[in-house]
Design a protein around this ligand. Structure first.
Ligand SMILES: Cc1ncc(COP(=O)(O)O)c(C=O)c1O
Length: 376
């Protein structure tokens, strides 16, 4: 089976982790690897500060916690995303309000944002889905007009740009994931970047149970969201490779584009208009003209040894979120249709042209037989 993703780890990561363990950099409170990784990643994102945490979910949770919002306040989130985005609000007793998607880019539809703002709205949390940056100039403009905070979910967009600015550097905070399938990985892990020194200090305090002096007396209710030292050591090695990984992701996407543009009935990822798409995953939407459904296409690909994943179940359809006090029903027809018709193909940076050809030829063959069935 060709997997949807394989991390590209080697001897350098293994040696870095082993060395960190030998130096005693086990938990999150020791050694130099964590501050060095934070410095390197902040620098990469063109931000002044970075705070390493235990996952992308923890990064989002901590970012919202730092805003000290009131129960029942609302945060606008992309409807089409991993539930971690919405849970960052939910677990802070804040209500996530889904913003429907745009048909072309699959990102949140910026045109809808203002219509969803109420007196309870405090922040906008857009997701740069599959590595394509949201129009952050417009999002930040709306946020300024309505006095809202912007937190970017960059779990899938390391190194993506809007204009010539990196994702994560537009909002008050940018949250990244280093899960195994992300553009760079520490196994589990996450990072918050910011240009706000006070906020960075607060995030560091809250991630470490808000320890101050005297030790064991706590003014704030913090969290243990610490990253381990040996994960940070791995992150430092991965950081050096990030541009190489992105170049490979773009190569994979361009190769898919080349072969799949000849197959009818498939919507390919929209090319970036203004910036760099990093193609965390190569997504497709199956249109009616393709002849068979997305589910059938996925099944036939699986039978041919190609693993795939569906797009996300939108936040307006999540039973877990509907039980929250203050829940507000919002229609998200585009995100719902993407959930039914979208899926992504194997997207490892190591994917060879030969393997991509094999996958696209399988899709072409399925398309030909499906269309023949439709016209027969
Ligand atoms: C958009 C998005 N946000 C948040 C997360 C959560 O990150 P993590 O798995 O590191 O907790 C993920 C993915 O895993 C994601 O894709």
């Amino acid at each position: 089976m060709i997997p949807v993703f394989e991390p590209d780890l080697g001897e350098e990561e293994i040696a870095a982790v082993a060395d960190a363990i030998r130096r005693g950099e086990i938990s999150g409170s020791f050694g130099e690897s964590i501050p060095r990784f934070e410095e390197a990643f902040a620098h990469y994102c063109d931000c002044k500060f970075a705070v390493a945490v235990s996952s992308g979910t923890a990064a989002l949770h901590l970012a919202v916690a730092a805003l000290e919002l009131k129960p029942g306040d609302e945060i606008l989130v992309s409807a089409s995303t991993n539930i971690a985005t919405a849970l960052a609000a939910y677990h802070n007793n804040v209500v996530p309000i889904p913003v429907d998607s745009e048909r072309q880019t699959w990102n949140l539809d910026v045109d809808l944002v203002e219509s969803l703002i109420t007196p309870k709205t405090r922040a906008i949390l857009p997701v740069h889905l599959f590595g394509r940056a949201v129009d952050m100039e417009r999002v930040c403009e709306i946020a300024r007009t309505h006095n809202l905070v912007v937190i970017e979910d960059c779990a899938e967009s390391h190194g993506a740009t809007f204009g010539n600015r990196k994702t994560g550097s537009f909002g008050e905070m940018g949250c990244f994931s280093f899960y195994a399938n992300k553009i760079i990985t520490t196994g589990e892990g996450g990072m918050i970047v910011t240009n706000n020194a006070k906020l960075a200090e607060k995030l560091k305090l809250l991630r470490n149970l808000a320890f101050t002096t005297p030790r064991f007396r706590h003014e704030l209710a913090g969290y243990n969201f610490r990253m381990t030292g040996y994960q940070a050591a791995m992150g430092l090695v991965q950081c050096k490779k990030i541009e190489k990984v992105i170049a490979e992701k773009i190569r994979v996407a361009k190769t898919y584009d080349h072969f799949l543009s000849k197959v009818g009935g498939l919507q390919l990822p929209a090319p970036p208009k203004n910036g760099r798409h990093v193609y965390w995953m190569y997504g497709l939407v199956v249109q009616p003209e393709f002849g068979i459904t997305r589910d059938e296409l996925q099944k036939r690909l699986r039978d041919s040894g190609v693993d795939t994943r569906t797009f996300f179940c939108p936040m307006n359809l999540q039973p877990a979120l509907q039980k929250q006090p203050g829940y507000r029903r919002v229609e998200c027809p585009v995100a719902e249709s993407l959930w039914k018709t979208g899926f992504y193909l194997p997207s490892s940076p190591t994917l060879s042209e030969k393997t991509i050809r094999q996958i696209t030829e399988t899709i072409s063959h399925i398309a030909e037989t499906s269309k023949a069935n439709v016209t027969a």
